[in-house]
Design a protein around this ligand. Structure first.
Ligand SMILES: C[S@@+](CC[C@H](N)C(=O)[O-])C[C@H]1O[C@@H](n2cnc3c(N)ncnc32)[C@H](O)[C@@H]1O
Length: 270
């Protein structure tokens, strides 16, 4: 296959930026070439130009989804950056909100984060700290991860940070052919919903939420897009609500007033 030319790379980068805010600088050219090459070969296309023509005309939604999956990463696991879940638990236990608690995992990937939040909320409910009408919404741009998230079945390794008592309370262990797999208990899954949402487009009226996790997705965006996404997401958070970004994602630029609670953890001020 002919190498990826600068021109085709620039066009692919512009397409991805316009569609999902993905920021692909010149340094990402080799990465884009190596991630797309096996797919282009598999489809029997002549090269990168043909692939761009295929995903660029807006007709082939399924292939566009494949391209998104190839160019972003869905890496996630339960209770990733554990400190955020401790903060969530402590804060809600203290606040003991009277209204139904609503949480949003805004780049949910396979759902590990949304189900981790659900475990914390279910335990707070069992302790009588919050009511039973709590809910968790998980959204993502990838149809593939959302399908898996709705199934709620995971390789056991992804739950390595879940404590044994929590595993016992909220999960079912696979046996026989399903050895090594863990299913989120249907009782817990019933309070978690998943839906498709592009953070780079205006968000339909959602929420308001008490808690928003927007973790490990801002890294894909350039500074201007980041700020737009953060402002858009924070508009859906109640004053006093908790907001989390990835611990390594740096500062948040926003017009909203935030109190810093720790690395990547904030409270929205009124
Ligand atoms: C690395 S995962 C983060 C998963 C989880 N939040 C965590 O921290 O473990 C990033 C997710 O962001 C999603 N994503 C990328 N661009 C997006 C966009 N514009 N809108 C919504 N989701 C997006 C990807 O599909 C991917 O599943």
């Amino acid at each position: 296959m002919a190498p990826l030319t600068d021109r085709t790379f620039t066009d692919i980068a512009a397409l991805m930026h316009a569609a999902i805010g993905l920021s692909l600088g010149p340094a990402k050219k080799d990465l884009v070439a190596s991630r797309l090459a096996p797919r282009i070969e598999r489809l029997g296309l002549a090269g990168y130009d043909d692939y761009l023509a295929r995903i660029g005309d807006g007709q082939d939604h399924a292939e566009f989804q494949v391209a998104i999956d190839l160019l972003t990463t869905n890496e996630t696991y339960f209770f990733r950056e554990k400190r955020h879940f401790e903060l969530l638990e402590q804060t809600l236990a203290q606040q003991a909100p009277a209204h139904p608690v609503a949480a949003w995992s805004a780049a949910a990937s396979f759902g590990d984060e949304a189900y981790s939040i659900a475990m914390v909320l279910a335990d707070l409910q069992a302790q009588g700290r919050i009511g039973r009408d709590w809910s968790v919404l998980g959204t993502d741009i990838s149809d593939r991860v959302l399908r898996a998230a709705r199934e709620g079945i995971f390789p056991a390794d992804r739950l390595r940070e879940v404590t044994q008592p929590r595993l016992k309370r909220h999960c079912l262990r696979g046996e026989g052919d399903c050895e090594g797999l863990i299913q989120v208990h249907p009782r817990l899954a019933a309070q978690v919903r998943f839906g498709w949402l592009n953070l780079c487009e205006p968000i339909e009226p959602l929420g308001p939420f008490d808690v928003i996790f927007l973790r490990n997705v801002l890294i894909y965006f350039d500074a201007a897009t980041r700020r737009q996404v953060v402002d858009r997401v924070l508009a859906r958070l109640r004053p006093g609500g908790l907001f989390f970004i990835g611990m390594a994602e740096g500062r948040v630029q926003t017009g909203c007033r935030l109190q810093v609670l720790g690395p990547g953890a904030f409270r929205k001020l009124g």
